[in-house]
Design a protein around this ligand. Sequence first.
Ligand SMILES: Cc1ncc(COP(=O)(O)O)c(C=O)c1O
Length: 496
Amino acid sequence: MNISETSDLLHNALDLGLEFKTRSAIFGRRGTAEEIRDLLVTDLPIQPTDAGTVLDDFRERVLPLCKNEASPRFLGFGDTGDDPLALAGSLLATLTQQNLINQSFDSPSATFIDIAVLRWLRELLGYSNLSASEVRTVWDVGGMITPGGTTSNTVAMMLAREAKAPGTMQSGVTDPGRFAIVVPEGIGHYSVRAALTWIGCGAQIIEVPTMGFRYDRIELARALRRHHDRVMAVIAYAGDSRTQTVDYLRAIHDLVRAVDPTIWLHADACWGLLAAFTPTLRRKIDGIANFDSITVDPHKILAVPYSSSALLVRDPATVRSISTYSDLIMQEDFAFGQITPFLGTREWTSLKLWMMLRGRGRSGLAQLAERRCDAAQRFAALVDAHPRLVRLNAPDLAAVVFAYLPIGIEAEPPVDRCALDRINNLNLAIHARMLAEGTWHLHQFTMRDDLGRLHGGATLHPLRFMAGNLAITETHMHELLEYLEILACDIEGDRT
Ligand SMILES: Cc1ncc(COP(=O)(O)O)c(C=O)c1O
C-alpha cells in the first residue's frame, strides 16, 4: 500500500461524501429504474482503471442518483446518519477490519465495545446488568448486535420457539401448530411474520384488533384464551412502523402473564428506544423491562449510519438455547459467533454507536430525543391549523401521519366511500409526483384509520412526516406545506 496515494484517495472520498451529506438537495438527478440500470449495469473491464478515474466515475454516474437522507427536505423514512462521531466510528471500523466472530485474535477489543454498548442499551431500557467483572462469557451479556431490526426480531422469534419447545434447534419443528404469534392487527411489522417462515414455524399469525394503534386489550385477552395452546409469543410495539405509537407495555405484560406466564413477550422498540433517553419520554415505555426480549434499531433514531441494531434479552442465559458450536468458531468465552444466528464473520457495527453514545452522553441523548419529538409536535400543530390537512395519528415519538383533502371534502367523519377514494387518489398522486421530482420526500404506506379521523377502520394511503433531522426548521415545514399545496393544485387542476 502506498500510504500517501491511499491517503489522498481516502481524503478525496471523504470530501466527496461530506459534500454529498451536507448539500440541501435530496437528489442530484432522478432517473427511471431502467435508465439507471442501463447506465450502471456494465461489463467488468479487462484492464485496470486508476483510482482517480474510478472515483470520478462514481462522482459523475452514481452519486448524483443517490438519495441524501441528511437533507432537511428528506422527511420520510430513514435517518440522517450524520452524527460526526458515528461517522468517525464507521470509518474506523472499516479501516481496522475487526471480525466479531471471535475475540482473542479476531477482535480483542472490539468484542468488549459490543458488550459495553449492549450494556448501555440494556440499562437505558431498564434491564439489569451484572457487574462488569461478572461478565465472563458471551452468555452473560444479555444481547447481541445485529445488522437490522429484521434480524433482531428473527432471533427473538427463535428464542420464543426454543422457550415453547426446547430442543427444536436440534430436532426441527415437529408440531408447527404450537408456534403462533400474536400481533396487533394492521400495524405489525412484516419482519416477525417473515421470521416465522424463515425459522420453519410457518406464518401463523393471530391478529388482534387495535384501538388507536394499540392493542384492544379486551380482544387481546379473548385471543389468548381462544388460542391458548397455540400461542408462542406476543409482540408489542414501542413505536409501530407506521405511526410510531407506543403501546401500553406494562398493561400488556400483566395481561399476558396472567393468562399464561410461559408466553414469550417481545417488544419491538426499533423506534421506541428514543423514549429511553428522558424521564418524561421514558414513561411511555414503562414496563418494557418486563418483556423477555427487546429489539432496538439505533440506525433509525440516533443519526448513526446504517446499519446498527441490537436484540436484548431480559435473562442472558436464554441465548444458550440458540447457540451454535463448531470447531470453525473459537470455543472461547467471548466469541460472539457462538450466539449470533445467521451471522458468521461480522463487522464492527458497535463502534459508531459507542462513539456516538459516549460523545453525546445522557444529556446529549436526552436533547436529541426531545428535539425530534418537539419537531413532530410542531409539525402536527401546522397540520392541525391547515384547512386542507387532516392528522391521522397522535404522535408519541417523531412521526406525523396526515392526509391532504381534495377540494370540497371536509374532515367530518365518517366521510363516505366516494370521498375516501378521492382522498386516497389525491395522496397517492401527491406522493408519486413527490418521488418523481425528488425535491422533498415524505413517506407513504397503507394504514387503517384507527382514530376514525376520516372513517374508522377505512384503509388510507396517507403521507408521513418524520422529524429525524435536527436541521429541519419551521421554515422547512412551511415550505413543505407550500409545496404540497402546489402539487395538490396541479393534480386537481389536471383532473378538472
Ligand atoms: C417496528 C419495526 N420493526 C422492525 C423493522 C425492521 O428493521 P430493519 O429495516 O432495520 O431490518 C422496522 C423497519 O422499519 C420497523 O419499523
